[in-house]
Ligand binder design. Sequence first.
Ligand code: NDP
Length: 434
Amino acid sequence: QKRNPHECEFHQAVKEILESLIPALAKHPEYMDNGILERIVEPERMITFRVPWVDDQGKTRVNRGFRVQFNSAIGPYKGGLRFHPSVNASIIKFLGFEQIFKNSLTGQPIGGGKGGSDFDPKGKSDREIMRFTQSFMTELSKYIGPDIDVPAGDIGVGAREIGFMFGQYKRLKGAYEAGVLTGKGLSYGGSLARKEATGYGAVYFVEEMLKDRGLSFKGSTVVISGSGNVAIYAIEKATQLGAKVVACSDSNGYIYDKNGINLSTVKRLKEVERKRIKEYVTEHPHAEYYEGCLGIWSIPCDIALPCATQNEIDESSAQTLVKNGVKAIGEGANMPSTLEAINVFLKNNILFAPAKAANAGGVSTSALEMSQNSMRLSWTFEEVDAQLYKIMTNIYRNSVAAAEEYGHPGNLVVGANIAGFIKLADAMMAQGVI
Ligand code: NDP
């Protein structure tokens, strides 16, 4: 905190993880002796760069680009790129730090990284997006590669942005390195089911957790925040499993549809027309729209899946959810619950699926995309989806087992953090002090 006093989100993520590692450190003093904690919180490399581009009016604009290469003990750095005005070094470091444990937990050979820019894609034309992403990639391309660092999408970075960045990388390198980015379009090396993977994976994880208490998505009322990539496919899978999803949101407000959200409307508004979620009520007048994001948590539900952004559930929203009878929380977004909110859930014995475990389906499927690119093969949707399901249930079982082994049965925050940490710490120990 003394060295980087302004990095609040990063400190929050470090605090959450380090506190939960105490039982593991007590059992493995060798990690402390070898400076694992001091090394693990320090990124191997943090790159910051200027991204100049020209807007449609001919005006030169400058944004800031970031890539943190946090830890490569297990494999090449892997993690998404976020384009959002709130992006700064703290946000990128918190996301990169979370990513190293998440990637370890997946059981796949991927290290952790993250990147992005404070560029705001909202309201920009396709040409502006192309010019910005080309400029961004011109600099980023110096630091990435299929065996070095493999970025993907995150908030504000979807198939369109990945496509432009892939094209620019190929042009700069003069080589077709399909494995340099994941989340690519299906016609040029993308994997079936990658688009769906984070949302589907979160629902698979939560369904496993519910099963252990004799519960299920079937017949449940669900609230899902966000209406982006993760939210849309969480809505889809939860609905397929028999739940009624009654609310979703964007950064302006939320909609409540007591009959259950019409997903094809949301998909068209958000994926094709890039409109605001409030447009939903013009097509479905019985639904209601409310300005502001926090209010979504006052809607009574059995299961809440925060799938928008960090710190979107604070202590008082958590208390409201508990008061209204919520049974389970599944974090689709990264760090959507504040530390105080997590404590409210745990104290009230609410089933709680932490992001690091619950949203690992996206990066897991990205690793499957890398495998397909290496083999120059494309697997079917069913094959990838079946592997995703298996990975999510394994992550759940491993987290449950670690929580039990280290004296916190049922606490998946402790379980996921320790399970991810042990594998990483062992790999770092084996590779010496580097
Ligand atoms: P998208 O950009 O596709 O969607 C983000 C959604 O969240 C949009 O509805 C957006 O609204 C809303 N949102 C963004 N910022 C805010 C904010 N500050 N306040 C309220 N709402 C906000 O992103 P993704 O769905 O890909 O990502 C969502 C979350 O999931 C992020 O935390 C991301 O890190 C995490 N995640 C994503 C993975 C993936 O595979 N995509 C993998 C693992 C985690 P608006 O349109 O108004 O901006």
